[in-house]
Structure formats: structure tokens, C-alpha cells
Write a protein that binds this ligand. Structure first.
Ligand SMILES: [Fe+2]
Ligand SMILES: [Fe+2]
Length: 290
């Protein structure tokens, strides 16, 4: 069972805002799965960054929608968002810096009560203004990632539109299931056309014979010795449809020079874990355009 489950009682009367809340719940649930997987602290940090990135994005969308429907408590609500951001960033900071020994359960309990309280109490105040409001529904439909209309609120900058994600096929390879899940969640936010996951490089290599993706995202963990041979093998193939597939390498390796050796072996672009939504998309676009 999930840590938090979305139910109709959480609906604030607007499909876009509800969708955002569902995504935030999903990201918190994912974080919950990571807790306890002590060995993968970097994936946990990536999950936390992803949640923070999406929350900031959501708050700015929600505020603009509230302004559009002339919500009288807008200013007070905006201040609550600012306070919540401060709290989440502070908690994350303490977690990352290890300055304080934050119990991971404390972090999750905080996120859970933070979300439930805010959505069920404060966001709910907005329901009568948003529900069936044609102006608001028109605006929010322009914000959907698959919308042909220009973004009417100017908040569509989390996901770069230079790549047609709806039609993109992406292959995720990593020994860490948590890592693969984070990348898949980020790509789902962009409505990516197709997402495939493999834990073993050999299986991923084999899948290329039947299906050529637009991007390979490789999460390189400390205990993984399959990455370099995989890139080398991929680059050995000079002809054929999968000779030039871009590979984004996301390295969680501790040793010096790991990123360089990945690039020499044939990765197209490399960044270090932890990642967040913005850092992921920036790097993915770079790999695709290189
Ligand atoms: Fe909200
Ligand atoms: Fe809110």
C-alpha cells in the first residue's frame, strides 16, 4: 500500500491542480520507498530534489490559477507557500549537509502532514472559485504538456519544449530500481511517449536490436561494472540505426575521473547524481542535441 493515497475528497475542483497534487503524492510515495535503502543515499537525494522542483513549479502554477479566478485569500495563500518552501528547503538542506542527524522518518512525516494539511485545508478554500469556472478551465487546459495552445500563464518552463517528449522513446538502464523509478517519474511528468527500463546493460543492449530509443539514460552506480563495456560496445557499432543513439550518463561514482572515463567509453553527456527535474532535462536536451 502506498504511503499516501489520493482520493476524490482531495479534489480542489480543478483538473490541472488535482493532477499536480497527484504527482506530488506520487513523488512523496517514491521517497518513502527509498527510505530504508540506506545504500542509495544519492538516489534518495535525487528523489528529494525532484519533489522540491515539482513543488516549486506547482506552487507557481497554483498561484497563477488563483489570481486568474480572483481568489480573495490569494495573498495569504501565497505566504503559506513561501513558508512551506522555506521549511522543505531547510529540511532538505539539513538532510544533505548531514549537519543534523535527521531521522528519515521525521522527514517523511513532515512531508506527509505538510501535504495533507495544505491540500486538504488551505488549497480546499479555493474550490468554490475554481470548480466549473470556464475561465480557469480554459487557462489550465493551456498548461497541459500535450497542449497545442501557448502556455497562458507562462509557467511551462520546467519541461523544455525543444524536444517533443510525447513522441520520444527513452531507455533507462541502472542497477538501482529507485534510480530508474525517479527518472521514469520525471519523464512521466513530461508525458514521454515510451519509457523502458533495464537493470542489466546486456538486456538493454539486446533490446536495441528490436527497438531504437531516442535517448538512453544510464544511472551508473558504485557496484556497476557493466557501464563502460556497454558504452564501448554501443560505439563499436559504426553502422546501423543505433550507432548514434545519445547516451546521458548519470554518475553516482565516488572515484575521481569516473565521468571522464564514461565519456571516453562513449557516453554523449555526463552529470553527477543527485539530480532534480531541471538538471535532468537540461542534461537530456544537451545529450539529444549533441
Ligand atoms: Fe497545491
Ligand atoms: Fe497551495
Amino acid at each position: 500500500m502506498d504511503f499516501i493515497e489520493w482520493s476524490e475528497s482531495m479534489s480542489v475542483g480543478n483538473p490541472l491542480i488535482d493532477q499536480d497534487h497527484k504527482i506530488i503524492i506520487k513523488l512523496i510515495n517514491q521517497l518513502h520507498h527509498h527510505v530504508g535503502a540506506e545504500e542509495d543515499r544519492k538516489a534518495l537525494a535525487s528523489a528529494l530534489n525532484t519533489l522540491i522542483d515539482y513543488t516549486l513549479y506547482h506552487f507557481s502554477r497554483e498561484e497563477r490559477v488563483m489570481m486568474a479566478c480572483k481568489y480573495p485569500s490569494f495573498e495569504a495563500h501565497k505566504r503559506q507557500h513561501e513558508k512551506l518552501i522555506e521549511q522543505v528547503v531547510d529540511t532538505a538542506h539539513r538532510f544533505f549537509e548531514k549537519k543534523e542527524d535527521i531521522v528519515q522518518d521525521e522527514l517523511l512525516d513532515f512531508l506527509k502532514s505538510w501535504l495533507i494539511n495544505h491540500v486538504l485545508k488551505q488549497d480546499m478554500g479555493f474550490f468554490p472559485y475554481a470548480e466549473n469556472n470556464p475561465v480557469v478551465l480554459g487557462i489550465t487546459s493551456s498548461l497541459r504538456t500535450d497542449s497545442e495552445q501557448p502556455d497562458m500563464l507562462g509557467t511551462g518552463d520546467l519541461i523544455p519544449k525543444s524536444v517533443n517528449w510525447n513522441e520520444a522513446a527513452i531507455l533507462i538502464v541502472s542497477k538501482s530500481r529507485n534510480f530508474r523509478n525517479i527518472i521514469a517519474s520525471i519523464l512521466e511528468i513530461a508525458d514521454a511517449g515510451e519509457i523502458q527500463q533495464y537493470s542489466h546493460a546486456d538486456d538493454a543492449m539486446q533490446s536495441l536490436e528490436n527497438h531504437v530509443p531516442n535517448l538512453i539514460v544510464y544511472g551508473w552506480k558504485q557496484d556497476d561494472d557493466e557501464a563502460i563495456p556497454f558504452f564501448e560496445k554501443l560505439r563499436e557499432i559504426k553502422s546501423g540505426s543505433f550507432a548514434g543513439i545519445p547516451v546521458l550518463l548519470i554518475s553516482a561514482r565516488e572515484e575521481r575521473g569516473a565521468m571522464e572515463s564514461g565519456l571516453i567509453a562513449g557516453a554523449t553527456h555526463c552529470i553527477e547524481e543527485p539530480i532534480g527535474i531541471q538538471t535532468f532535462f537540461e542534461a537530456a536536451v544537451k545529450a539529444i542535441n549533441q
